[in-house]
Design a protein around this ligand. Sequence first.
Ligand SMILES: [Zn+2]
Length: 565
Amino acid sequence: MNYSKRIYHAAMYLRLSQEDGDVSNAKKAESNSISTQKAMIKQFLKDKDDIILVSERVDDGYTGSNFDRPQFQLMIEDIRRGVVDCVIVKDLSRFGREYIDSGNYLERIFPALGVRFIAITDNVDSINDQQNDLLISFKNLLNDSYCRDISIKIRSSLEAKRKDGKVVSSFLPYGYMKDPNDKYKAIIDEEAAMVVREIYKLKLNGMSINRIAIHLENKKIPSPYTYKRLKGLNFSNPFAKNDNCPWNPSTVRFILTNRIYVGDLIQGKITTPNHKVKKHYVKPENEWTVCKDNHEPIIGKREFDLVQRLLGMDTRTSPYEEVVYPLSGLVICPDCGLGMVKKNIPVAGREYHYYLCNTNKKTKKCSSHRIRQEKLESIVLKVIQTFIENILDIQRILKYLKDVPFQEIDIKEIEKKKELKIKELRRCKEHRNLLYEDLKDGTVSQEEYNELYESYNKRARNAEEMIRTYEHEIRDIIENRSDKFKWIDYFAEYQNIQELTRIAAIELIDKIIVHDKNKVEVVFNFDDMYQQLIYALEKQGEITGVDENGRIQLATGEFSDETKI
Ligand SMILES: [Zn+2]
């Protein structure tokens, strides 16, 4: 025995993690199991008379992607204390799967501390001066991180393009195509866009998604898939079993819910976990890349929103019902809050249609609130007509006032709110300064100081934020960018309404609450805006009140005289 031979004091390091895929199949699990790792190291040490095993460190269930592992840290401590000067692992990946930190240990820390490093199956033993082996093995690890780097780089460049509103996918949804002069730009494909518009129109008129698909099939309109094929685009759809891929409800739904049609480009919805995994998954909505008003819209925003509302109601009402009634999904029971549903009740050979509380229909646990369908519809129509008369009056008043005094009222209101926030901000800053005095003379502890300081900071930041928001609002009003009164036009469009249609009901009504057949409450869309406006007009003295029929009463004056014919 060569007595000049240095004796190493070794720690065997064992690690196993589900996360790293160490146990993804039976064979792998066995070869990586703690007992196998241990047996291999013991076998290796059998004929090594220069190595004495002094410790065994096991991190079971810890990932190799970082070094935040308790037993690993204890081993490093042993090394620093000089108890251990040799580390043995089965393979490099037991030591670590993360390149940068692994490299730091193996290339810098261990050599500096004179630690011998052995990775059995990778044929690495730092004492043999097999720098090359270590480098080669290391390159494998590095290779992994290199792939990952590339994958991240490609991702981030795509991400940047998406944020710029550039189309990065190979195909655009039906209705759009790529600009022949700019492959990152979406332009309208008029032929398909016409069909998209038709689909929205059909939906707004109360047709179900199923019916729309059948309707398009009957009209022999090629489905988006067939259309792409006809246009000669190389497009494969795994669901298309043959060349003739008909319209189906899910295609229609996709078109009716895709924001691309209002001009928003939404990308980056789907991702793969990393470069190694080919599986796709849908990212949470707040991680999507959204570019609003990115390209020319095919569908108006309001139309789109109404369709979303209809789709939401379809699921609440009866999805199987072929015909949709004007008020389907809008009628609510005041007691249990559930929807009221239609029921046909035969009386003396004739069938009568009623709306009644769904809870009552199912379990009788609520009263019926029963009302005849025709009666409810005629009441609602009358209420709409009155409401629209009010709206037209208001529109005339606003024109007469030329919006200006309203702008002033609005600005004054906002200025008031802004002033309050400025005061609050000043107070927070004062308190914060006083706090330091309190700390110095011992009125508050350091801990209390920190806590209070942070809470004042938080309040100050909130106040600053609000001040900025108010300033924006004021600027918007001055530059007349606020489309505050746009909703009035939606109602004004129905000024000659003689019949209650589905589309009118959806556009105008939020909900209808039926207390009983003599008491029906209609809540219109934009109700809060309407109430605010009425309040402001009352304050201005333009309106004096509302009569028992719901008609607003105009003040007698220059304006009112002019309009009373
Ligand atoms: Zn009820």
